[in-house]
Design a protein around this ligand. Sequence first.
Ligand code: COA
Length: 191
Amino acid sequence: MIYTDDYTYMSELNTPRLTLRKLAMRDAADIYRYSRDAEVARHVLWDAHRSIGESRAYLRYMLRRYRNREPASWGIEYRQTGEIIGTIGFMWIQRDNSAAEVGYSLSRDYWNQGIMTEALRAVLAHGFGSMNLNRIEAQHETGNPASGAVMRKCGMVHEGTLRQRLYNKGKYVDVELYAILRRDYGDRTRI
Ligand SMILES: CC(C)(COP(=O)(O)OP(=O)(O)OC[C@H]1O[C@@H](n2cnc3c(N)ncnc32)[C@H](O)[C@@H]1OP(=O)(O)O)[C@@H](O)C(=O)NCCC(=O)NCCS
């Protein structure tokens, strides 16, 4: 199903330290390096990769989504080294409602340096800019407060707790729902 057909689909986004770009099969070793870490996978809906083959399977899945112009993730390239250190992208896009949800993950070596805040700001600017969205949501497990901090720093507003919303890694977990509206975004001079 085609969700996104404009010419800016997954266009490259640049921030001071990062290039957000489409993933490619050559990124398998970089993806595997951090996706094998159980701490990185703890609060996301995928399991830690057990082999580089699983990272390649993930990349094939993402390349298929690019080909079909479906909601997809950018690779987060740390420009200084050229390494892919994480991903960020849209989980779904609803054209009828001009709404979408973002999700992300980052190598543990790079946590707490403001990297995901920088990446999310770029994706929100793209979402409200080229993609012309009205509402962008994000969710994190209640037990993953660092992710909520990223959302708040980017101007997203906490809308509620979804009790036992997900069954993840053997248990039901509560989820915090955040969103930012075009009008909130427009009100801020710099997010
Ligand atoms: C969550 C994640 C994306 C954060 O990325 P990051 O680049 O480290 O985020 P930033 O450095 O921009 O900001 C992190 C903020 O969380 C805060 N933080 C870190 N650990 C925290 C904790 N245990 N409790 C509360 N806040 C915490 C930091 O202090 C920082 O806030 P500050 O700038 O106000 O001090 C990253 O840890 C990650 O990818 N984790 C694994 C995958 C994942 O959980 N993805 C999100 C699924 S919703």
